[in-house]
Design a binder for this molecule. Structure first.
Ligand code: NAX
Length: 321
């Protein structure tokens, strides 16, 4: 029997409450019969995690080999095949974004050092907690024993949103749309780019005014829109996107994907940033899709997202060895 060890951080939070049941209902890992699931959260959340563990057990999932809840990151990360890093400090009222970035930098540096110490180089880490790209950058810099390519940040929710908004506009099925790209940061500077999109292998034509005035801002601000209507941030859709992200990494994908990865000068973007780029993903890893023609408008937006990530990198520079 093939068993994988999966650790989810921030396990007492909203996203994890959807993610855990989604993963266990239908494992997104290839050649895997069961998982050993470890749920990590802070000490104050341990009681709630015990309740969550009972709920998971009550589902009698045939995919679950064992479940553990803990506030000890070292125990949680040890021997993990995948670590899904959802745990992060939320932004509180009146808090500056730079303070949020620094609070989370602290969490991610601490956890990175533990991962570096106890995990094998084959461990794959997916960063979800915001600011996801900069947290992933800190993680990357502080885990020299884990190859850069094993650390990615979640952009799939943005890509799913973009596809779904385009499908609605052109009145087509979402699964028939390919080659949607998200460039940049998981923030309102992200750049949804449909210029290469295909509908069943045919070029899609939508007018530039709709792209610039409706499509791009709508995708960029979708997270805020959810908060406005639901009173809470995206949770089930984020969990669904994490599920897709795991599936893509573990099984490869026939379509173009956008994941946050460490840059090395592609498309004239500064090296050493966690940046969302168009990728071909196979079970062997990912390759950046090269030589795409990018129009001037999109290029300008990509530069703005790069600028934001450079600023974030500057804020956390004392966390980058
Ligand atoms: P919640 O506030 O419901 O849950 C976060 C959990 O993390 C809490 O249970 C908290 O106790 C725990 N936590 C805090 N510090 C921790 C630590 N040091 N170790 C372990 N656990 C710790 O937030 P939720 O709605 O679940 O969102 C989680 C994160 O995902 C947030 O940062 C959120 O902004 C981010 N998101 C990222 C997305 C992406 O596409 N990259 C989309 C969805 C979401 O907004």
């Amino acid at each position: 029997m093939n068993i994988k060890n999966i650790c989810i951080t921030g396990a007492a939070g909203n996203i994890a409450y959807s993610l855990i049941f989604r993963v266990l209902s239908n494992l997104p890992f290839k050649n895997t019969d069961k998982i050993n699931l470890t749920l990590l959260d802070i000490t104050q959340s341990q009681k709630s995690l015990i309740g969550l563990r009972y709920e998971v057990e009550d589902c009698a999932f045939s995919t679950l080999n064992s479940i553990e809840v803990t506030d000890n990151a070292e125990n949680a990360f040890q021997e993990s095949d995948y670590i899904i890093m959802v745990g992060a400090k939320p932004r509180s009222k009146g808090m500056e974004r730079s303070d949020l970035i620094l609070d989370n930098a602290n969490i991610f540096k601490t956890q990175a050092l533990i991962i570096d110490k106890v995990c094998s180089p084959s461990t794959k880490v997916i960063v979800v907690g915001n600011p996801a790209n900069t947290n992933a950058l800190i993680l990357n810099y502080n885990t020299p024993s884990i190859p850069n390519r094993n650390i990615t940040s979640l952009m799939k929710l943005d890509q799913n949103r973009a596809k779904s908004i385009l499908a609605e506009k052109i009145n087509e099925q979402v699964e028939d749309i390919q080659q949607m790209i998200i460039w940049g940061n998981h923030s309102t500077t992200q750049v949804p780019d449909l210029s290469n999109c295909l509908l069943n292998a045919e070029q899609i034509n939508v007018d530039d005014i709709w792209i610039q005035n409706t499509f791009i801002p709508k995708v960029q601000k979708r997270g805020g829109e959810i908060i406005e209507f639901r009173g809470l941030s995206s949770a089930a859709s984020a969990a669904s996107a994490i599920y897709d992200h795991i599936n893509i990494i573990d099984n490869g994908s026939n379509s173009w994907e956008s994941l946050g990865i460490m840059t090395s000068g592609e498309y004239d973007i500064e090296s050493g940033l966690m940046f969302s780029l168009p990728l071909n993903v196979t079970t062997e890893g990912y390759q950046v899709i090269k030589d795409l023609k990018i129009d001037t408008y999109i290029k300008t937006l990509i530069k703005l997202s790069e600028k934001e990530l450079l600023k974030e990198r500057d804020i956390v520079k004392s966390y980058l060895p």
